[in-house]
Design a protein around this ligand. Structure first.
Ligand SMILES: N[C@@H](CCC(=O)N[C@@H](CS)C(=O)NCC(=O)O)C(=O)O
Length: 214
């Protein structure tokens, strides 16, 4: 059985947990205590699980994989679903995975973490800058989705699972109203939530819910 090292607040882990669920693949969720104990900073954790100090980590037998994009690609290949129908589609999926990791997920994840879970009050200038970057990334995706239901091709692919990492967390954790204002992104999220196996992040990964702090 797959073992997914993850924690409830980790949208990057949710990308993988959601794909596994939609693939109908059971997995053992191994709790990473990042929020209380900073487990990923532990030298032993890095030595044994991920030198980059990040969740998710997926164990598939003796194989240990990190980086959600790599894990999504591995699962798509292994199960022959959601990986694109042609070489061109695979390239297109890679393009969106890179955009997601650089911009769509990463600015948002940083903003949400600082606003809801940071140790000290967020710095307004930093938050303002991040909010601008988030708006720009959402606008790109919103425009792309105005002529199609999914990011690549005619059905969901791992590109959708990647960009969906954070869109199903409670809105109060970011307060930006993104899915209401970027209506195509909102409609796309709604479509994804109807996939068989879908469930929201706090129901599929271990760890206590932490209410927004700031
Ligand atoms: N690009 C990585 C990002 C992973 C990532 O940032 N994971 C977060 C949790 S969502 C983490 O473990 N952060 C620990 C840290 O940055 O110290 C991926 O897609 O897997």
């Amino acid at each position: 059985m797959y073992r997914l090292h993850c924690f409830a607040q980790s949208g990057n882990s949710y990308k993988v947990a959601l794909l596994l669920r939609v693939l109908g693949q059971p997995f053992e969720a191994v709790f990473v205590d990042y929020m209380q104990a900073g487990a990923t900073r532990d030298p032993d954790w890095r030595e044994n699980l991920n030198e980059m100090g990040e969740a998710p980590v997926l164990e598939d037998g003796t194989l240990r994989l990190t980086q959600s994009g790599v894990i999504l690609d591995h699962l798509a290949q292994r199960h022959g679903r959601f990986g694109g129908d042609s070489a061109l589609q695979k390239q297109e999926i890679l393009r969106w995975l890179l955009f997601d990791n650089h911009k769509f997920t990463s600015y948002f994840a940083s903003y949400r973490f600082a606003r809801s879970f940071g140790a000290s009050a967020p710095e307004p200038a930093v938050m303002g800058w991040l909010a601008g970057r988030i708006e720009a990334a959402y606008a790109v995706v919103d425009k792309h989705l105005s002529t199609r239901d999914y990011l690549v091709g005619n059905g969901p692919t791992i590109a959708d699972f990647s960009l969906a990492g954070y869109v199903f967390y409670p809105e109060e954790e970011n307060g930006l109203g993104l899915l209401q204002r970027h209506r195509q992104v909102g409609a796309w999220a709604e479509r994804l939530s109807r996939l068989e196996g879908w469930a929201p992040p706090y129901e599929v990964m271990p760890g206590d819910r932490i209410l927004p702090r700031w």
